[in-house]
Design a protein around this ligand. Structure first.
Ligand code: MD6
Ligand code: FE
Length: 212
């Protein structure tokens, strides 16, 4: 039997180095959300501040050997949660397997992330254009998993301003990017109001990286 539904939402390359795998996380959605709640109980979501003192509208936490943090001291990867003083929870198997399978599907072999940033958007929250450049090994891809409410992702080029590709990322979509796109500027438009049947009034984004 032809799988008509997966053909209606094909996976594609958004631009060189950026692959969108539609609904790739669908089969493991429940496990991901359940494992995420365990992480949030140990390392609660919080609104970090930019080095300039601005509060980020997206609430964040991490799992993995290293977690991305931002405060008055700058942006960096840290082995301990500054809020609790203890190590970040480890990356659950469900997260790791999904990230590795997605990387493989986009032809990046042997992806071994040591960091997973968990972003939580409520309606109105957004992410301004930025580059991900705090990682030491830029040859590794980044795998990004979207859950919950849909959001518009903006993909730019080598400069903060200029033309952008806009793409809607919905529940279960996985984006893999690397190579020529690894340092591209990108951001997320303010989240629209809504309630997702499984995830509620929020969008979750899991971003897997090899930070060290
Ligand atoms: C988000 N994602 O989707 C924000 N960065 O909520 C990112 O900033 C991001 O999805 C690097 C690679 C993939 C991403
Ligand atoms: Fe990013």
């Amino acid at each position: 039997m032809l799988d008509l539904f997966s053909r209606l939402q094909p996976s594609f390359q958004l631009c060189p180095g950026v692959f969108i795998l539609r609904e790739f996380a669908g089969p493991v959605e429940q496990q991901l959300l359940c494992d995420m709640e365990t992480i949030l109980a140990a390392a609660p979501l919080r609104h970090m501040h930019t080095p300039g003192g601005r509060r980020l509208s997206v609430a964040m936490t991490n799992c993995g050997q290293l977690g991305w943090v931002s405060d008055a001291q700058g942006y960096r990867y840290a082995a301990f949660d500054p809020q609790t003083g203890v190590s970040w929870p480890s990356i659950p198997l469900s997260f790791l397997e999904l990230a590795q399978q997605a990387a493989q599907a986009a032809n990046f072999s042997e992806f071994m992330p040591d960091s997973c940033l968990i972003n939580c958007y409520q309606p109105g929250a957004k992410m301004t254009m930025h580059q991900d450049k705090d990682e030491s090994d830029l040859s590794a891809p980044i795998v990004s998993v979207s859950l919950g409410l849909p959001a518009t992702f903006k993909m730019g080029g080598g400069q903060r301003t200029g033309p952008v590709h806009k793409v809607m990322l919905s529940h279960g979509d996985v984006m893999v990017w690397g190579n020529e796109a690894r340092l591209a500027y990108h951001g997320v438009l303010p989240l629209k109001e809504g309630v997702h049947p499984l995830v509620g009034r929020r969008r979750i984004n899991l971003t897997f990286r090899k930070a060290r």
